[in-house]
Design a protein around this ligand. Structure first.
Ligand code: ADP
Ligand code: MN
Length: 180
């Protein structure tokens, strides 16, 4: 089972409140590096990795065990080279990721993005509150070592470009920790 000590290429997780730009950034980073992008939300929907549908929130309820089983062959492999994006991060094995990038977004900008996406009012409000409280950053810092978690502001396209550049540089310069 590979870890940051033995992987050939790093694995990256991009986390953050819905609408902060995770999937867009992850696709861009994976494309630049020749890594494989896994949009975890999409993976859950396409492979029925859920235990039902929440009518109020208009979303699937994740089955964490099914998801981890579904991903483990790829994430445990020594190749590395995966860019995952998902809003949460606390239930993944810590050893899977060499970087957990948490995207942050200004409240009003996020509100507008989620409104455009057609989120119902309650879900919209809860997601904006989640961002105001920094819930996903707390979850990441509670679940991964301090030097693995990095926060990125994602209000503008210019910031998205900068963030992609920083993450691509990180991956290019990354070496397994057993190599001195
Ligand atoms: P997530 O995967 O986090 O839900 P998406 O990548 O789907 O977010 O982005 C949501 C919407 O916001 C998309 O229309 C995307 O183009 C836009 N967007 C995301 N990040 C930025 C940014 N930094 N600047 C401008 N627009 C952005
Ligand atoms: Mn997404």
């Amino acid at each position: 089972m590979a870890t940051s000590a033995t992987r050939l290429r790093p694995n990256i997780l991009i986390a953050g409140t819905p609408g902060t730009g995770k999937s867009t950034l992850a696709a861009q980073v994976a494309d630049s590096l020749g890594f494989t992008h896994i949009d975890v939300g999409k993976e859950i929907r396409e492979n029925d990795l859920h235990s039902g549908y929440d009518e109020e929130y208009k979303c699937h309820v994740l089955d964490e065990d099914k998801l981890l089983d579904h991903l483990e062959d790829r994430l445990n492999a020594t190749d590395g080279g995966y860019v995952l994006d998902y809003h949460g991060c606390d239930f993944f094995p810590e050893r899977w990721f060499d970087l957990v990038a948490v995207l942050r977004c200004d409240n009003t900008i996020l509100y507008d993005r989620l409104k455009t996406r057609g989120y119902p009012e309650k879900k919209l409000r809860e997601n904006v509150e989640c961002e105001i409280f920094g819930t996903l950053l707390d979850e990441a810092t509670d679940s991964y070592p301090a030097d693995v978690v990095k926060e990125f502001q994602s209000d503008t396209l210019e910031q998205m470009e900068e963030n992609a550049e920083v993450i691509v540089d990180f991956a290019k310069n990354w070496k397994p920790s057993s190599v001195s």
